[in-house]
Design a protein around this ligand. Structure first.
Ligand SMILES: [Zn+2]
Length: 192
């Protein structure tokens, strides 16, 4: 905890003054251009990876960067997605998976999750990802398939479906490779 309080002190002394104008502009409104859905993993820091500033990204982070398909009983994730798309009008939505994802590793290697029932239940949102991955035990393949499956889940949300139909937003699937820092865009148009 001491690290955190010292970090806050450093932020107020060194970082905030240099960005005071930005924070003043953001004090009453924000207009982020992108909804970034990433894994809760501590190594995947959206603003660091994308070189963005406060106010640029509307961020949702979940274990395994999973996005449950739309259901009428809305939850916090559905609410955040709807708000980002309808109220904030984000132009782009990124689902970002990453190398060595603990959630994907547990699924790919069929770990015993009986001691973590909430995790086991949550990871069912990756059932389609597992089904799409032909090679059992291949974590990297599952990470990629999972990003694509979550993009499909995202499109089941009425707000997203509506924005896509009107050409107001674009979906992107990324994978961040921790040891190299590279970001692979799974949805980039393939070069001819
Ligand atoms: Zn992860």
């Amino acid at each position: 905890m001491q690290d955190l309080t010292e970090g806050v002190t450093r932020f107020q002394r060194d970082v905030f003054p240099a960005k005071a104008d930005l924070f003043a502009a953001l004090a009453t409104r924000h207009t982020p251009h992108t909804l970034f859905i990433g894994c809760s993993d501590a190594r995947v820091v959206p603003e660091l990876i994308t070189g963005t500033e406060p106010g640029d990204l509307f961020v949702v982070r979940t274990a395994g960067n999973l996005v449950p398909a739309y259901a009428p009983e809305a939850d916090g994730i559905a609410a955040s997605i709807e708000y980002a798309v309808t109220a904030l009008g984000v132009e782009d939505i990124v689902v970002c998976g990453h190398s060595a994802c603990g959630a994907m590793t547990a699924l790919a290697e069929n770990h015993d999750l009986s001691g973590a029932p909430a995790v086991a239940t949550w990871l069912r949102h990756a059932n389609a990802s597992v089904a799409r991955t032909s090679a059992a035990g291949d974590v990297s393949a599952l990470v990629r398939q999972n990003v694509l499956a979550q993009l499909a889940n995202l499109a089941t949300h009425p707000s997203v479906a509506n924005a896509l139909a009107r050409g107001k937003t674009t979906l992107h699937g990324w994978v961040f490779d921790i040891p190299t820092g590279r970001v692979q865009d799974l949805t980039a148009p393939q070069a001819a």
